[in-house]
Design a protein around this ligand. Sequence first.
Ligand code: 6GU
Length: 246
Amino acid sequence: MRLDVITIFPEYLEPLNVSLVGKARARGQLDVRVHDLRAFTHDRHHTVDDTPYGGGPGMVMKPEPWGEALDAVLASGEGRPVVVVPTPSGRPFTQELAVELADEPWLVFTPARYEGIDRRVVEEYGERLDVRELSIGDYVLAGGEAPVLVMVEAVARLLPGVLGNADSHRDDSFAPGAMAALLEGPIYTKPPEWRGRTVPEVLSSGHHGRIARWRRDEALRRTSLNRPDLIAGCDPKDLDRHDRAT
Ligand code: 6GU
C-alpha cells in the first residue's frame, strides 16, 4: 500500500518510522511519502494561509499550494488514490472505515492547520477522486496530523502480514463478527499472583466453553459500563440466552 501525506509539519509524521508502521515500511509493505506543503508555494515567505472571506477568527489554508501539491502527488503514481481530508467536520472514522481503506492500494492524506482548507479544494478533487472528509472524534485538535497518525495506524495493522498473527484482530473491540459491538474484556498474564491479586480461576481451568462464556460476560459488563450506546445498538439476535444484563 502507498500512503502520501501533505503537511506543513513533515516532522509531525516522524512516528510513522516507529513500531508497527515503521517495520511495515522497512519490510516494503508500506510505501510512505511525506511532502512539505510549503515546497508548493512560490512567494518568499512560503505563505499557505490567508484571512477568511466573510470575516471571522483564524486563517484559512489557500487553495493554490494544495492544488499544486495534490497534482504533483497524483502525477507521481498510477491510478487514482482515495484522498482522506482530516477535519472535525467530517464523518466519523470507524473500524469499518479502516477495514475499507485497508483494501485500497493508495491513500493520500491532507492534514490542515488553522481553520481548515479553502472549500474549493475538496470540490475540485471530489469531481475526479474519492475524497473522504473524516473526523477521529468529537473534540477539536489544532491540526490534522495527529488524526493522520491515528488513521494510518488503524489501517496499517489490518494489512496482510503487518500484524504477525492473522487472528490478532479477529477479537478486536469493534471487529465485525461474533463479538460485534462489544468491547474486549480484561486480560491477564503471568505471574499467577501479583501484589496479592490473583488471576480469575476460570482462565486456568482449561475448560474452553467456560472461558468463552466468562469472556463474553466480561465483555458485556465492560461494554454496558463504558459504552451503553453499543448495547442499545446491539441486534437482539446477537445476544444469546446466557447473556445477562450487568
Ligand atoms: Cl480529523 N482534525 C482536527 N483538527 N480535529 C479533530 C479531528 C480532525 N478529528 C477530531 N478532532
